[in-house]
Design a protein around this ligand. Structure first.
Ligand code: SF4
Ligand code: SF4
Length: 316
């Protein structure tokens, strides 16, 4: 039978303000999930070990935690897989990141729910409902299918770099829900939602690190939802109000005109008021051969890039 050492984050505010780590040994079957292992530790060795869980079936999202530094759902993670990945007989277990621990692996989810509510995660139709149900085509639902799979486990928040730098950043899951309703043809608030989501701490503050896509256990791809919300902001005429939106536009203009990034366009298009002050610095860089050529450049197969851009546009 496999034997595993579990190196667990402990925080027991009733007895001490200091967090500490505790190691437990457990002999278990080959196919034990991390959640079952934690529950066995709690039942057999240490009744004070706190963990949050409910369905045990990757549906409720309660048991998200970090295993060897990566956020997972404990109920859908095999202990033996973790050991095979880290090449060790030990597994390190921590609460999810970007949240305040309340006790051991249990964190305070309040900021997550506040942000979730702030995006108005429900339909707001602009007319009275029909007498009978409103039928939505399969194609229309397909556009929001991915985002509808979110189980609010907060694994994406746990890994989010923007949240680590700015606790007010609205965050990947809330934006996935935001897109789910902004792109729903029954909703009447597309323009208002675009405004709500592209303000301070909004979609343009995402660093595009992609960790939310990588760690989401349900394949929601929240970063893609944020990108699509950026598209909606432009469609609603709001894209150029934020430096982040203008930065994205500079990439778009570069690709349309030359097929690749023209760095020289980035500063003047993103920060037009600041650009003149950066001119002496830019000239110095050109002098030292550290700046890209300011002359427009074009790749050979620009048509291919334009075709790609067209197909991306059509998916929004
Ligand atoms: S987007 Fe994915 S990781 Fe984020 S809360 Fe929803 S299911 Fe969890
Ligand atoms: S891509 Fe954006 S939202 Fe997703 S984890 Fe990175 S910073 Fe956060």
């Amino acid at each position: 039978m496999p034997q595993t050492t579990f190196d667990v984050f402990r925080y027991q505010p009733d007895t001490s303000d200091e967090a500490y780590r505790q190691k437990y040994e457990l002999e278990h079957g080959e196919d034990m999930t991390l959640l079952d292992a934690i529950l066995r530790l709690q039942n057999e060795q240490d009744g004070t070990l706190a963990v949050r869980y409910s369905c045990r079936s990757a549906i409720c999202g309660s048991c998200a935690c970090k295993a060897d530094g990566k956020t997972v759902l404990a109920c859908m993670t095999q202990v033996e897989d973790l050991k095979a990945q880290n090449g060790d007989q030990a597994v390190r277990v921590d609460p999810i990141g970007n949240f305040k621990p309340i006790k051991d692996l249990v964190v305070d989810m309040e900021p997550f729910w506040t942000k979730f509510k702030s995006v108005k995660p429900y339909l707001i139709p602009d007319s009275d409902p029909p007498e009978k149900e409103r039928i939505v085509s399969k194609e229309a639902m397909q556009k929001i299918y991915n985002e509808s799979k979110c189980i609010l486990c907060a694994a994406c928040y746990s890994e989010c770099n923007s949240l680590a730098a700015d606790a007010e950043f609205v965050g990947p899951a809330a934006f996935a829900w935001g897109f789910r309703f902004a792109a729903d043809e029954r909703d009447g608030q597309r323009s208002q939602r675009a405004k709500l989501y592209s303000g301070e701490h909004g979609i343009w503050d995402c660093t595009r690190c992609m960790y939310c896509n990588e760690r989401c256990p349900k394949g929601v791809d929240p970063r893609d939802a944020i990108e699509k919300l950026g598209g909606i902001a432009f469609q609603e005429g709001l894209g150029m109000r934020d430096a982040g939106g203008r930065h994205a536009k500079a990439f778009l203009v570069s690709l349309r005109t030359g097929g690749k990034l023209n760095e020289t366009l980035l500063v003047p298009l993103t920060q037009p008021l600041k650009a003149p002050f950066d001119l002496p610095f830019a000239l110095k860089m050109i002098q030292k051969g550290k700046a890209p050529s300011p002359l427009p450049h074009k790749i050979r197969r620009l048509d291919e890039v334009k075709k790609l851009m067209k197909s991306v546009k059509e998916t929004i």
